[in-house]
Write a new protein. Structure first.
Length: 520
């Protein structure tokens, strides 16, 4: 009798202290494991379901969740910073919801560890079902290995109650880049080289197209409110994502005088849509069409512009396309190279509370060509020059575009490239710094002169002058009189105008052409 009474008292004591019976156990499982973007600072990981038995009703427990990823060197897993937002990460037990709290503590060996804690969870029955969902993490530090992906696991621990979890480490995400390498494709052929001074483009046709490809089918998501891993940006019905996935499209070095026109709405290869928004993080706030622009477009120049995905197809890989129309008048005689770059957005802003948020990742080559204006140049070959054995060589280059035929007068600067004995290093960027040695400035309708003894002392060899204007012509005069000699030996010649086929001499190798076109 006393023995039975002692057992009863022990059982009551165990229940009072929240200790379950020896047969208590929770078995965890996950559903479909989502693909997570390696650029994402607030990626939603998969849910974990704990099916429990033998628990003590009325007891209380604290649950702690940590996100982990394998270390690159194969050592112990590293902590993935948790970025769950207030009210979004929840533990639901038999229908009762507990909101997670993100906490930071000191890590072993230094650093900090962030966790999600669900405190004071009441155990309502012997066999409850526990769902942990809505946890977000920073994937930007997760190593993506040679196989092209990484992994994130969720480690669950329990205190204040003995609730054994048979398997407490769960795969909740496969991490890989969300954006594949962007590219541009040319539109209709447009000659963007002019030797008459200007290029005028009418905004009537696509100049080039920016291609934005996703790396896996669910990388581009719409804004939503229902919990649907992989299909939209949100995790719970209580907390809505700030936006759908956005694209930050950056145009750089747009030539002065030129305006780009980009559509208010773009489409993907699968029929998805994205709209131009006024700022990053703006939830579907459509930009307005620019007056006078092609129908349905916005006028832009160098800068970053944002599109938000409003519909997508999670079962297929999509590529969104931004066709760019250009209009205006630009200087066609100087070279320029406009580029485009793409990143996922909104960009990470500390403390903003946005979800999703991204940082730039290695998407392959950025600054991809968008529009190029080939400079209108003339190359002149001076086949022999010397400043040796008491000789010197004088040379002149004329900008001969001033003529009786109505040609636009154009001058500029020539870069002097010497090859041979005692050749000086060719100057860099004569177009922006014409005062350097080895640069010769020539006004339109005039000539510029120099001596080898000044430009390249003690030189002997040949020289190629590359002038950034059309219709350049040159003349050279060799004499020992120039150096005070008495023999009066002299010779003059006209420089050869070199064609641009030297960079592609394959036709000459095949016997069907000439690698250069010489003339005076």
């Amino acid at each position: 009798m006393e023995f039975r009474k002692s057992l009863a008292l022990a059982a009551l004591a165990l229940a009072a202290f929240g200790v379950s019976s020896a047969s208590a156990q929770c078995v965890g499982s996950t559903g479909s494991v989502p693909n997570l973007r390696s650029e994402g600072k607030t990626e939603l990981v998969g849910s974990v379901v704990l099916t429990c038995s033998g628990l003590v009703p009325g007891s209380s427990a604290n649950f702690t969740v940590n996100l982990l990823s394998p270390s690159a060197n194969g050592s112990s897993p590293s902590n993935v910073p948790d970025t769950s937002r207030v009210g979004e990460s929840t533990l639901v037990i038999n229908g009762a919801a507990y909101t997670g709290v993100v906490t930071t503590s000191a890590g072993i060996g230094g650093g900090t560890v962030t966790s999600v804690q669900y405190n004071g969870v009441n155990i309502p029955s012997t066999n409850p079902t526990i769902v942990i969902q809505g946890v977000r993490g920073d994937m930007t530090g997760v190593p993506v290995f040679a196989a092209g992906f990484g992994e994130v696991t969720e480690f669950i621990s329990v205190s204040n109650a003995i609730i054994p979890i048979a398997n407490n480490n769960f795969l909740v995400g496969v991490v890989l880049p969300g954006l594949a390498a962007p590219s541009t494709t040319p539109g209709p052929s447009i000659n963007l080289q002019s030797c008459t001074g200007t290029i005028t483009l009418n905004p009537t046709q696509v100049l080039f197209t920016v291609n934005i490809p996703e790396n896996f089918p669910t990388a581009f998501k719409v804004q939503g409110t229902l919990f649907a891993e992989g299909d939209n940006e949100t995790g719970t019905s209580a907390v809505q994502a700030s936006t759908g996935t956005e694209f930050a499209v950056t145009f750089a070095n747009v030539p002065s005088g030129l305006t780009y026109y980009i559509p208010l709405t773009i489409t993907s290869t699968a029929g998805g849509t994205a709209v131009l928004v006024t700022a990053q993080g703006a939830p579907v706030v459509l930009a307005t069409a620019t007056s006078g622009a092609p129908a349905g477009t916005e006028a832009v120049t160098s800068g970053t512009y944002y599109y938000e995905v409003t519909s997508s197809f999670p079962s297929v890989q999509e590529t969104f396309q931004v066709p760019v129309i250009a209009g205006g008048t630009i200087n066609g005689t100087t070279g320029s190279a406009a580029t485009a770059s793409v990143a996922l957005a909104p960009s990470y802003v500390s403390g903003s509370g946005w979800a999703p948020m991204f940082v730039s990742d290695n998407y392959g080559p950025q600054g991809i060509p968008g529009l190029s204006v080939a400079p209108c140049t003339t190359a002149l070959l001076f086949p022999f020059m010397t400043n040796q054995a008491s000789f010197d060589t004088g040379f002149s280059i004329g900008a001969t575009s001033a003529d009786p035929f109505g040609t636009t007068p154009i001058g500029g600067v020539c870069t002097l490239n010497f090859y041979g004995m005692n050749a000086p290093t060719a100057p860099a960027n004569c177009s922006t710094n014409a005062a350097q040695p080895g640069c010769l400035t020539v006004a339109a309708g005039a000539t510029g002169q120099n001596l080898v003894s000044l430009a390249a002392p003690n030189f002997e060899g040949y020289m190629i002058a590359v002038c950034n204007f059309p219709y350049a012509h040159g003349y050279a005069f060799l004499s020992n009189n120039l150096m005070g000699g008495n023999d009066s030996l002299s010779e003059g010649y006209v420089a050869n105008v070199i064609g641009n086929s030297r960079n592609n001499a394959s036709s000459w190798v095949n016997g069907t052409g000439n690698p250069e076109s010489l003339g005076h």
